[in-house]
Design a protein around this ligand. Structure first.
Ligand code: ASP
Length: 356
């Protein structure tokens, strides 16, 4: 699939899509937030108007959840959790409920969070029964001596922390199951049994499935927020990639690759094919360019995404934010679900590359 898509990405490269930097001149005491809901071949005309409206509504609602926290002097970390909770519960996105399936027919969830004020961080990989993996990542950061937990141990810690545990069937969606079957079919691999407790096979909308495959919708979610105390935090949550095998873990739970926050430079959340983001350490690299080379946030994001990631034939994008309230996004796919808002400013929601 990726091999097939790379030429498409490159073909649209000329029109790939850096948004102009959105600087805020009056310092870091005003809140700001930027959210993504995954990047991919999301093209105008390939999506039904209803579906497009649903995605725009979900992104606007995500911003509103963040605004509610930040506007009442809440912390950037709390805003991240509030925004991502809603997206993890929304089956349209590849995080929590609606996550993609592994080749073994499981949902294995990854998440991470980082506090730019302290450089504390928490991450989890391969969890299967925690309703809100982002909160588990936060608990790892706040209540353990570790930064990253995985698999069974992470689930045990979640129970000890009193986090909400759900049956694996909670995460099941027919659409993601069908997408996994389709990927396995293309790879010549056997289809695993349906998980216990899920409804009998339902009729899938094959038109919708076709569009999914075409759009290569990843659907990972991520947020970077700046609170009124001037602190930045970033968080990311995902089901990973469809039909992933052998306990594969992507960039999303890896601090410095999929998520990074540092009050000295910026915060970043990434989405895309994790194997490339890990090798480029995308998130921390953008912040290092800002901090050490003095690049503007947009220039740093574009250098890493438009130049370096693209040269590696990796695909995806990032959202980012500085302590001064400057927001940037950059992606080398035709679209990325995204939204941003500065305190006192309008909410902006966009999907396609030719939007703001
Ligand atoms: N970055 C995620 C991963 O590789 C997937 C995504 O963002 O779509 O697991």
């Amino acid at each position: 699939m990726l091999r097939f898509l790379i030429p498409v990405f490159l073909a649209v490269g000329a029109a790939c899509f850096a948004s102009p930097a959105m600087a805020q001149s009056d310092g870091g005491s005003r809140w700001a937030i930027v959210v993504h809901g995954g990047a991919g071949v999301i093209e105008r005309g390939a999506m039904t108007p209803e579906r497009e409206a649903e995605y725009r509504g979900a992104m606007a609602a995500a911003l509103a959840r963040g605004e509610a926290v930040l506007d009442s002097d809440g912390s950037a970390l709390d805003a991240i959790e509030a925004v991502i909770h809603g997206l993890e519960d929304d089956p349209m996105f590849n995080s929590g409920r609606g996550a993609v399936f592994t080749a073994a027919g499981r949902n294995e969830l990854d998440a991470s969070i980082m506090d730019g004020a302290t450089l504390n961080a928490g991450a989890v990989a391969g969890v299967t029964q925690v309703r809100h993996p982002i909160s588990l990542a936060r608990a790892v950061m706040d209540n353990s001596r570790h930064v990253m937990l995985q698999g069974e141990g992470a689930e045990t810690f979640a129970r000890e922390q009193g986090l909400e545990i759900v049956p694996a069937a909670w995460f099941f969606t027919e659409r993601r199951w069908a997408a996994m079957e389709r990927s396995l079919g293309a790879m010549g691999l056997a289809i695993p049994p349906r998980p216990d407790g899920v409804p009998a096979p339902a009729e899938v909308d094959h038109g919708e499935l076709e569009r999914d495959a075409r759009e290569h919708r990843f659907g990972t979610v991520g947020v970077v927020a700046l609170d009124r105390a001037g602190n930045i935090a970033a968080g990311t949550s995902t089901g990973g990639t469809t039909a992933k095998r052998w306990g594969r873990v992507g960039d999303s739970p890896i601090i410095g690759a999929g998520t990074y926050a540092n009050n000295a430079s910026c915060g970043v959340s990434a989405t895309g094919t994790g194997e490339y983001f890990i090798r480029l350490t995308v998130a921390s690299r953008i912040c290092a360019l800002v901090e050490l080379q003095g690049l503007s946030l947009q220039a740093a994001a574009d250098q890493v995404i438009q130049d370096e990631l693209t040269a590696m034939e990796g695909d995806g994008g990032i959202v980012a934010l500085t302590p001064g309230g400057e927001i940037a996004w950059s992606f080398n796919t035709p679209g990325m679900y995204r939204a941003r808002q500065n305190e006192g400013g309008d909410a902006v929601v966009a999907i396609y590359g030719d939007e703001d």
